[in-house]
Ligand binder design. Structure first.
Ligand code: ZN
Ligand code: ZN
Length: 357
């Protein structure tokens, strides 16, 4: 009986496949199967595209090889489980963390899942990812989260990466406190998510910096109290003017360029924090001659997604409007068009693009 069932299952699926810098295709790939006892195979119902996927497509991350299925965000239904999976059953609706973690190694025991000795960020990077009809998730017990009944999938998929990244790397590392004046440099989806999650701590000023006026307008609708257009390169002076020459308690870098990291150094107040979120491909200057006596803390971090359970509670309580992070909704089969929309974010006013199977 089981053999017949397996035979009737298709052995191929559609997936978004990387074929070297600038090349991608929506094509047939073998359907993933259980390899290790703690694996699960998940049928994707909702996924999305990350700025990091664009970096990969540009060829910035040479670890990614020809033939790799991209994507590290998603919600789906457990289709198959290995013999060692105990937290999930076939048919369960699950959220996929962008970070795969064994839950057992030294890093995992400290909740530093992104540095898991047996995982970390591997999905859509070192192993096949979520922009497909099916995906194999290693260490399923620790890398998947149950989706509560009735939860909105479009909001839920923002918990795979963007919301925990902005919250953990930006807001928590930056130690945003009530009454603080903070600046968020970069009003792309991650910067906007930081505008949202910083408000858990009631900062009195949220200054958002970008060079795109549309994005700044969006930032205001997300709760930015002031916006600074840096097209003229004078953002540092404008922010010092806005803060009576003091600078900001926390400067969150949400771009990943040397210039934006150096801007954070110019606007941080005495005793303040610079929290880097951006993925940097080049070195930046540390102006230690200006900062040595200013009691400043600089932090870097790769998201652990250890705050998913907390963010899920906030989402469930209706205290976080995660749907605002997406404006475009397409079918999974329209993913090539979705990449065009996401790649031309400025012209299309694109935030996250939701892809539904
Ligand atoms: Zn990502
Ligand atoms: Zn681990």
């Amino acid at each position: 009986m089981q053999a017949t069932l397996l035979e009737t299952k298709k052995s191929t699926m559609k997936a978004l496949v990387y074929h070297g810098p600038g090349k991608k295709a929506w094509e047939d790939k073998p359907r993933p199967v259980i390899v290790e006892a703690d694996d699960a195979v998940v049928r994707i119902t909702t996924t999305t595209i990350c700025g990091t996927d664009l970096h990969i497509l540009k060829g910035d991350l040479s670890v990614v090889t020809d033939g790799r299925i991209l994507g590290h965000e998603g919600v789906g239904v457990v289709e198959e489980i290995g013999a060692g999976v105990t937290n999930f059953r076939v048919g369960d609706k699950v959220l996929i963390s962008c970070i795969t973690s064994c839950g057992k190694c030294e890093a995992c025991r400290k909740s530093e899942y992104s540095h898991c000795a047996n995982g970390g960020w591997i999905l859509g990077f070192k192993i096949d990812g979520t922009q497909a009809e099916y995906v194999r998730i290693p260490h399923a017990d620790n890398s998947l989260y149950a989706v509560p009944p009735g939860m909105d999938e479009e909001a839920m998929v923002m918990l795979s990466d963007i919301l925990p990244t902005s919250f953990e790397c930006g807001v928590l590392k930056g130690q945003v406190k009530p009454g603080d004046c903070i600046a968020i440099v970069g009003a792309g989806p991650i910067g906007l998510a930081a505008v949202m999650t910083s408000q858990f701590y009631s900062p009195c000023e949220i200054i958002v910096v970008d060079t795109d006026e549309n994005r700044l307008e969006t930032a205001r609708s997300f709760g930015a109290t002031k916006t600074v257009n840096n097209t003229d390169g004078k953002a540092a002076q404008k922010i010092l003017d806005l803060t009576h020459g003091l600078g900001v308690n926390t400067a969150i870098e949400a771009v990943g360029l040397a210039a934006t990291f150096e801007l954070c150094q110019k606007i941080v107040a005495v005793g303040g924090h610079i929290a880097n979120i951006g993925v940097h491909g080049k070195s930046a200057i540390l102006h230690i001659d200006k900062l040595w006596d200013r009691n400043v803390t600089i932090t870097t971090k790769l998201v652990d997604t250890s705050t998913i359970p907390v963010l899920l509670k906030v989402l469930q309580a209706g205290r976080l409007d995660a749907r605002k992070l997406s404006r475009h909704r397409l079918g999974l089969g329209e993913i090539m068009k979705a990449y065009d929309l996401f790649g031309n974010a400025a012209q299309e006013r694109t935030l996250k693009v939701i892809l539904k199977a």
